[in-house]
Design a binder for this molecule. Sequence first.
Ligand code: AMP
Ligand code: MG
Length: 373
Amino acid sequence: MALVFEMRKVVLGIETSCDETAVAVVTSDREILSHHIYSQIETHKKYGGVVPEIAAREHLDRLDHLIKEAVFDANLSYNDLSAVAATSGPGLIGGVMIGMMAGKTISATYGKPFIAVNHLAAHVLTPRLTEDIKFPYLALLVSGGHTQFLLVRDVNDMVELGTTIDDALGEAFDKTAKMMGLPYPGGPYIEKLATQCKNPALALESFPLPKPLYKKQGCDFSFSGLKTAISRYIQAVPDGAQGEGISQKDACNLAYAFQNTIVAVLKDRLKNAIMMARQQSKTEITQMVIVGGVAANRAIYDGIKEMALLSDLECVTPPLSLCTDNGAMIAWAGIEQLQQGISHSLSFPARPRWPLSNLSQNNAQNISLGIYK
Ligand code: AMP
Ligand code: MG
């Protein structure tokens, strides 16, 4: 068995940076041998958002069991692993520390390399696990905590082209949903209401919303003004059947107007991002990827894809189960590092903030794989 695994790398990936406790085993020939996720959404729902302290406790309760299950389901023993990868930031510090400690313990016990994975880089590299994506490419990361355009030149060479100056896009969906009396996380509920809108023209006329940074230079985002405008509408509409005093019809129209505005802003920002990426890349860019939970939104995906095609970019998104936080993306990012001869010291710290532009600097803390042989 050991001989077989010398050929292909097999990496255990651990993700605990937010409210998903997730573990997977992935191979360098792009096979997901096991994939386990425990979502804490039900626990956090009653608070309307993720409570960091509670998230950390849940990770602690669940992680050991999930790791055992993932290794068992992959039909392996710990000795068969090539390395252990764990999210080391950015994220909620309690959870990140728990995942890293578990990963480091397995690494130290079985003499396997430890790979500290940047959670954002893992999201952005995931399409290479499921699709034929080649460097360099443009990435749009849209999740509950992050909204960024990135030029991905290599595993450890990513350029942040634009980011949000206030809320993340998923956060804007969630906060809007909360104001409308919808459950957490609200993104899917807003999308559902928007698709039920009977008269899109009337919706846009009834709820004209600002388009922050629209037609401005660069590809940064801002969503807080949008949120304020929605809050004013909700306070102004007459009481109705829908939870917090907004009628079903108004809710559908408002959700449609919100989603439509987001799509327009994203398309506008994408146009500039493509230009910037092409200016900053020595090699031609022909592909883009959308990653993060908000990629599940059909109107957003279709809008981005349409704009990408106009610029001769193939647009790809991984399957939804790999778009939101998961262990396979961490294992895959670990494999990408391992294939470049990179692993990290067991003293690698948990980083609540870890910008992608610093990725290569952090490899100053690399240690040679040879030390484990
Ligand atoms: P992540 O942070 O990558 O785990 O993704 C979770 C975020 O994606 C939350 O903010 C969700 O509200 C958002 N989300 C999930 N599905 C949708 C959807 N269909 N439309 C808009 N946002 C969504
Ligand atoms: Mg995420």
